[in-house]
Write a protein that binds this ligand. Structure first.
Ligand code: NAD
Ligand code: TYD
Length: 356
């Protein structure tokens, strides 16, 4: 049995990864270290919390003593590091927490791994892995054409992407300087179950269901390359199993969409599934163009040739199917949405979008 430290396993991608891995990869025991910030919800994992192959530890990745203790107690073989502050808009209004968690937190984990695996440990015959989950946003913004490759120079433009870029550089430095067996994945925008409704897709689903305004930033023509979250989880597992240490792998859905297309698709699926709004109004009528995000990256697109040709990963869920599954999941989990959009979320929403 391999012992894998998951950080941020109560968030969106982390909780999907924990559930998917426990179900499909019986050789792993997962230790989930999560601080339970506003974005972390233990309720995302109630169905598996009693699994003998799962342990939850509430704590901060910046807490060096705690992280060191987990490495010693659990004899960690691999780390899959998700924990981060992840929302660009929040990084604009409050960057400090992004610097702390994303940079200092990653540094703390790297130091604990170095101590356990290289300084104190007997690495003979062991295949340790430190997989750092990162984003395509580190590459900056594209024009009308082209796609990010692993060799694209870093050009982060928001406090979020700058903090992730910084953490990527630290991970890479630990490989080159100390020989820590690291892997980095840079993935495009994810969507699917359990995404916190501050991000575009769940926010729009939630508002459209309630007949509230759908805030579209700027002209709505910014482009993101969307990937269904379980495809991302499988890509991470593929890199964990077959990736070459010291390497970076880009992960993307080959599914570029303008934001306005995303919002319109959600409206149409909901109109079909739950009927039009009162007065026979289509949900597209709720679209409200609002002030653009500061420094809003225009377009992201991923060239995933390397992971496809070298490791054999390709996405399995196409965009139309993934969006339908996602909208259905939110329709079936309205109690979940209600539970995560209470007090602090309402305050955040008021501040961001006013009375809309
Ligand atoms: P999320 O915001 O939904 O979840 C983050 C999790 O980390 C939460 O459970 C939170 O409680 C935990 N956390 C935050 N600070 C912590 C700390 N100091 N110590 C311990 N736990 C802490 O994020 P997500 O969307 O699931 O993203 C996960 C990772 O994937 C992030 O590193 C993000 O940069 C990366 N990523 C996300 C996307 C995307 O589209 N969501 C795309 C590419 C890469
Ligand atoms: P988001 O889900 O925050 O992801 P990211 O900024 O990491 O790409 O936003 C996706 C896109 O949707 C981005 O171009 C900003 C835009 N957006 C809106 O137009 N309205 C919204 O209310 C939100 C949250 C995002």
């Amino acid at each position: 049995m391999k012992q894998v430290l998951i950080t941020g396993g109560c968030g969106f991608i982390g909780s999907n990864f924990v559930r998917h891995t426990l179900e499909h990869y019986k050789e792993y025991r997962l230790i989930n270290l999560d601080k339970l910030t506003y974005a972390g919800n233990p309720g995302n994992l109630t169905d598996i919390e009693n699994s003998p192959r799962y342990r939850f530890v509430k704590g901060d990745i910046c807490d060096a003593d705690l992280v060191r203790k987990i490495f010693a107690e659990e004899k960690i073989d691999a780390v899959v590091h998700f924990a981060a502050e992840s929302h660009v808009d929040r990084s604009i209004t409050g960057p400090a927490e992004f610097i702390r968690t994303n940079i200092l937190g990653t540094f703390t984990l790297l130091e604990a791994a170095r101590e356990a695996w290289l300084k104190n440990g007997d690495s003979t015959g062991k295949e340790y892995r430190f997989l750092h989950v990162s984003t395509d946003e580190v590459y900056g913004s594209l024009g009308e054409t082209g796609a990010f490759q692993e060799t694209t120079p870093y050009d982060p433009r928001s406090p979020y992407s700058a903090s992730k870029a910084s953490s990527d550089h630290l991970v890479s430095a630990y490989f080159h300087t100390y020989g820590l067996p690291t892997l980095i994945t840079n993935c495009s925008n994810n969507y699917g179950p359990y995404q916190f409704p501050e991000k575009l897709i769940p926010l729009v689903i939630n508002n459209a269901l309630q007949g509230k305004a759908l805030p579209v930033y700027g002209d709505g023509k910014n482009v993101r390359d969307w990937l269904y979250v379980i495809d991302h989880c499988e890509a991470i597992l593929t890199v964990l199993h077959k990736g070459k240490t010291g390497e970076t792998y880009n992960i993307g859905g080959n599914s570029e969409k303008q934001n306005i297309e995303i919002v319109s698709t959600i409206c149409d699926i909901l109109d079909e599934k739950v009927g039009l709004l009162p007065g026979e109004k289509a949900r597209r009528s709720l679209v409200t163009y609002v002030k653009d995000r500061a420094g809003h990256d225009r377009r992201y697109a991923i060239d995933a040739t390397k992971i496809r040709t070298e490791l054999g990963w390709t996405p399995q869920v196409n965009f139309a199917e993934g969006m339908r599954k996602t909208v259905e999941w939110y329709l079936d989990h309205q109690a979940w949405i209600a539970s995560v959009t209470t007090g602090a979320y309402r305050e955040y929403y008021e501040k961001m979008y006013g009375g809309r």
